[in-house]
Design a binder for this molecule. Structure first.
Ligand code: ATP
Length: 232
């Protein structure tokens, strides 16, 4: 069943249009990679989906209902969650308090503090630490854990591997397997095409705010992807 369906979406930053007529869909339990160069419009698209950008037109349906005019808080409660670019943790709250903040928009479901600690044991050891006392990878785990605490049906992840050590990226992508087993669908936004594609069923490439390619992750050649990514 289709969980998220986007048709003809335009998104604006003031006078600047950043996303043009976008069509995009994610099925239940599916993992989809969304790749594209700097400035292609990936973050703008995600922020528009979760209600953080109002200046948009087109249709966004989630779990069978229109959400293009729905406030962000309600969208989170419906089960559309996001791990934002740059993690956006609360600096003065501990790891545990940051995770519990995710419950503000909580839906019923299986994710609890216990389950997040089982997924990322490093966080349980550091539950009383402040974010600045953690490595970048551990901070990213807090950001993912906080989003899971809402029990999302679909989790949008914005460039989570950016600037992290490869071993941390491995750990986090390993955790995605467990998250998918819980039935959560994923959208993985990355500049690292290989990484995102290897963890996904399908791939979309954005170029200057438009979809330049959509394919099954295993079906696309490097040459096709390079052309779609850079527009060459
Ligand atoms: P990156 O990988 O660098 O995050 P991206 O694919 O996520 O890039 P966006 O950040 O969505 O791309 O940017 C798309 C376009 O919108 C760019 O031209 C960018 O300069 C512009 N843009 C993004 N945010 C704003 C903003 N708050 N105000 C004005 N223009 C913006």
């Amino acid at each position: 069943m289709t969980l998220l369906e986007v048709e003809g979406l335009d998104v604006f930053h003031g006078d600047l249009q950043a996303v043009f007529g976008l069509a995009f869909c994610v099925a239940e339990r599916e993992a989809v990679a969304l790749v594209g160069a700097n400035g292609a419009g990936k973050t703008t698209f995600l922020r528009a989906l979760v209600g953080l950008i109002d200046s948009k037109q087109g249709r966004i349906r989630f779990d069978g209902g229109d959400i293009q005019d729905t406030p962000a808080e309600t969208i989170a409660r419906l089960g559309l969650g996001m791990v934002p670019e740059g993690r956006m943790l609360f600096d003065t709250l501990t790891v545990e308090e940051n995770l519990l903040m995710g419950q503000v928009s909580k839906r019923s479901g299986s994710w609890t503090l216990r389950r997040v600690f089982d997924l990322f044991p490093a966080l349980e050891e550091r539950r009383g630490h402040l974010p600045r006392q953690l490595s970048g990878g551990q901070q990213q785990m807090v950001s993912i854990g906080r989003a899971l605490m809402c029990n999302p049906r679909l989790l949008l992840c914005d460039e989570i591997s950016l600037g992290l050590a490869p071993v941390m990226v491995e750990q986090i992508y390993g955790a995605f397997n467990d998250i998918r087993k819980e039935g959560t669908a994923l959208v993985l936004v990355e500049q690292d095409v290989k990484r995102a594609a290897s963890a996904s069923d399908r791939i979309y490439c954005l170029l200057k705010g438009r979809v330049s390619l959509t394919a099954k992750a295993g079906d696309v050649s490097v040459a096709e992807l390079t052309q779609a990514y850079f527009g060459m």
